[in-house]
Design a binder for this molecule. Structure first.
Ligand SMILES: Cc1cc2nc3c(=O)[nH]c(=O)nc-3n(C[C@H](O)[C@H](O)[C@H](O)COP(=O)(O)OP(=O)(O)OC[C@H]3O[C@@H](n4cnc5c(N)ncnc54)[C@H](O)[C@@H]3O)c2cc1C
Length: 380
């Protein structure tokens, strides 16, 4: 009954075996501890670098795996299947490294990508500020040119990998008198004086992810840390890269639906009430028939978006449709599945409870679903 993704091939199937083995061995046994620690082990990144799981879709000349975005999809699917949502690898691999690949100068790519690929550096991207989330033109963090340096001043919040990051792409204003045209992406390495981490935030889900506040107190970086070397390009770069981030959210959302269905089928076929399995009640069967249908529709839409993205043809409104629809429908499906678990569904020791708590944020980050509808409506 499961859908075979048309973009899969024998090479990716072999890679899936490697990714699955790694995730089952390195992630599953540690997830409970990481939830308590509010972060994964720092050593996980270097282990993943050693086996070639970092920067999978970055060319080999920069230390990457030389694969395609399909490799990133497979890793993310296997991470989800292994029950881990703490390791911020999809952001590191699929977002941070791709900004450097797409816009970095040759010198920047050779200097930075090998360190992201080995796990020596953990990457983060800091757009959101306490006063600016959806409205990124309202960013206040400044990068002021002073001789051969930029002085970066400001505060960011909700930053994924914030607790462990070594390399941060910071959305700054190099010209605060301008909106989008005054925006530039500046790299701040975590060992620069004036870089400070705030709290690792206490969230309702994604508990093992080190989402944190970051502060920049007059951090001096060389002008060579301006991504691409030209000021004022930051907003364009964000608009071009956000679709891949939204596609990643679509993947996690579809996985949430599929895993919730799998868990609930297993549970309701075992659990007895009134002398029969819970699955035998018509309400259970019809609810799960509906969830299975929506999961299938979501998978077909996702596969189409992945195939288009691999051909370089995925447009911004279509991925916005995928992001809002899959994250919204997944939340409803997971809620129905939790209901069929009764009280056990509310207990953190049952996977459905964690899927429920983790899924909620998919409607919020990467651009809220309301913003997605704004984007779509502009194309109508
Ligand atoms: C777990 C987690 C991880 C995150 N990781 C990162 C990260 O790594 N890097 C990063 O930079 N950010 C990250 N974020 C931040 C995330 O992208 C923002 O929270 C999100 O973009 C929304 O911004 P906001 O929280 O400021 O909400 P606001 O922009 O204040 O929005 C509040 C409400 O108003 C609505 N709204 C706003 N504008 C409009 C409009 N024009 N029309 C209709 N409704 C509107 C929103 O949809 C929302 O419902 C993360 C957030 C979370 C929770």
């Amino acid at each position: 009954m499961t859908q075979q993704s048309p973009w899969m091939d024998p090479d990716l199937a072999a890679f899936r075996d490697l990714a699955r083995t790694f995730c089952e061995k390195e992630l599953t046994p540690n997830t409970e501890r990481w939830i308590a620690d509010k972060q994964v082990d720092r050593g996980l990144w270097t282990k993943a670098g050693e086996v070639g799981l970092l920067c999978l879709s970055i060319p080999e000349e920069y230390g990457g795996g030389g694969g395609t975005f399909a490799h990133e999809v497979v890793l993310l699917e296997e991470q989800n299947r292994a029950g881990d949502s703490g390791w911020g690898v999809s952001l590191h691999n699929g977002i941070v490294a791709h900004y450097v690949l797409a816009y970095g100068t040759e010198e920047q790519k050779h200097a930075w990508l090998p360190k992201l690929a080995s796990g020596e550096w953990v990457g983060a991207i800091a757009m959101t500020e306490p006063g600016a989330g959806s409205d990124l033109q309202g960013v206040k963090t400044k990068a002021v040119r002073d001789g051969d340096e930029y002085v970066v001043t400001g505060a960011k919040t909700f930053i994924t990998n914030g607790g462990q990051c070594d390399f941060v792409i910071v959305v700054t204003k190099t010209d605060p008198t301008k909106g989008a045209e005054g925006t530039s992406l500046v790299i701040v390495e975590a060992d620069r004086p004036g870089f400070r981490r705030g709290r690792v935030l206490d969230k309702i889900g994604l508990k093992a992810q080190d989402t944190a506040e970051l502060f920049f107190d007059d951090v001096r970086v060389p002008v060579g840390n301006l991504l691409g070397g030209v000021e004022g390009q930051g907003f364009v770069h964000l608009m071009q890269q956000l679709p891949q981030e939204r596609l990643i959210i679509g993947i996690s959302s579809v996985m949430a639906m599929e895993l919730a269905l799998e868990q609930t089928l297993r549970y309701t076929k075992e659990r007895q009430a009134f002398g029969r399995p819970v699955f035998a009640f018509q309400n259970t069967k019809f609810t799960l028939a509906e969830v299975a249908t929506e999961a299938r529709i979501a998978r077909v839409f996702l596969d189409d978006c992945i195939a288009k993205h691999l051909r370089g043809e995925l447009d911004i409104p279509t991925v916005a449709m995928l992001k809002w629809w899959t994250s919204d429908r997944a939340m409803k499906a997971v809620d129905e599945c939790l209901q069929l678990h009764g009280g056990y569904g509310y207990m953190n020791e049952y996977p459905i409870a964690r899927i429920y708590a983790d899924q909620r944020v998919q409607r919020i980050y990467g651009g809220t679903n309301e913003i997605m509808k704004e984007i779509i409506s502009r194309s109508l």
